[in-house]
Write a protein that binds this ligand. Structure first.
Ligand SMILES: Cc1cc2nc3c(=O)[nH]c(=O)nc-3n(C[C@H](O)[C@H](O)[C@H](O)COP(=O)(O)O)c2cc1C
Length: 314
């Protein structure tokens, strides 16, 4: 399976700069990281700028900021900041499923507006020289919407599209429709498709890969949060033993807590961030359930660190 390219999906609230730093340094296996989406707030300011401003130089060529705009003007407002921060690649969000977002013409609402999306892409290329990818669902309510979008989208040759084959109204329910992804790939071979959805283990990866022969580009979100070694495991075709995985998770957690603490001047905020990240990290690790509970009850980052230190000595 060498040759697979793995993209770490943006997950708002989790895959922030601290997480990406520790993940790339400690576990790796990921070719590209995406920032959680950047959007223009009601006051005209761009949300989450700190996340891209703090990306280290070595990680910049592997980090792709994501925009969640409703129109060309918003795209430009966000792109100005991204260009100033020194990035070369950007990703447009055409997938966010929440009505609060789609009602404002953002996220999955753009699946119905291929010509507007083309204008955004043209502007990002012409005005900033960015390389632009799209991240989308198959539709807002109907999974055939993707075909209409692709029929009407003018510049398909070489366009990278990360497709999560669920419709927005499903949110995360049901299964990703791998066959629908396969049909898109077959009908539009000139497009550079990246598969996204429901890869949670080496075995689920193998099942999906068997339906999509030749597919080498994959985006993984929740599966990597629950097992940060998954990209490495997929590339090396081996699942870690339970014990090795536990030791790895504890070591990863220690680095993550230290990085969060170092990047934050607010102790309470750092403690809450650490608890959120570690709750997800240990969610499926049955044998560390008691330790995970103690972490959630901790009153300081130092307390979390000493719980993790104890666990790593076992
Ligand atoms: C809590 C949460 C936050 C997310 N935030 C974003 C986001 O900021 N931008 C985006 O494009 N997708 C976002 N997603 C969607 C994921 O990037 C991904 O497309 C989706 O989870 C399907 O992939 P998976 O099955 O590998 O997790 C989010 C998903 C979840 C569950």
């Amino acid at each position: 399976m060498i040759g697979n390219e793995i993209h770490f999906a943006p997950i708002q609230g989790y895959t922030d700069n601290e997480y990406r730093n520790v993940h790339s340094a400690f576990l790796g296996g990921v070719d590209y990281y995406y920032t959680p989406y950047l959007s223009v707030e009601n006051n005209g300011k761009v949300k989450l700028l700190a996340d891209i401003d703090r990306v280290s130089d070595p990680l910049k060529p592997h980090t792709i900021p994501q925009l969640l705009p409703a129109n060309v003007a918003e795209t430009k407002t966000i792109a100005d900041h991204i260009a100033r921060a020194g990035f070369k690649m950007v990703n447009l969000n055409l997938g966010c499923p929440y009505p609060m977002v789609t009602r404002r013409g953002r996220g999955a609402a753009l699946i119905g507006k291929p010509r507007l999306v083309a204008q955004m892409v043209d502007m990002l290329i012409e005005d900033y020289g960015f390389s632009v990818s799209l991240k989308m669902r198959s539709g807002l309510v109907n999974e055939h919407e993707i075909f209409t979008f692709l029929d009407c989208f003018p510049h398909k040759k070489g366009q990278q599209i990360i497709l999560h084959p669920r419709v927005a109204s499903q949110l995360y329910k049901g299964k990703a429709n791998v066959e629908n992804f396969g049909r898109c790939r077959q009908l539009f071979p000139e497009i550079d498709f990246v598969y996204n959805g429901d890869i949670v283990s080496v075995s689920s990866f193998k099942l999906i890969a068997a339906i999509l022969p030749g597919q080498q580009k994959w985006m993984i979100g929740r599966g990597l949060l629950l097992n940060p070694a998954l990209a490495f495991e997929i590339k090396n075709e081996e699942e870690s033993s339970e014990h090795r995985q536990e030791m790895q998770f504890i070591a990863f957690a220690r680095l993550l807590v230290a990085e969060i603490e170092q990047q934050s001047s607010d102790k309470e905020h750092a403690l809450n961030r650490a608890k959120i990240q570690l709750k997800m990290l240990f969610a499926n690790v049955v044998r560390l359930k008691q330790m995970a509970k103690r972490i959630q009850k901790s009153r300081s980052s130092d307390e979390i660190k000493s719980i993790l230190n104890e666990a790593s000595l076992i």
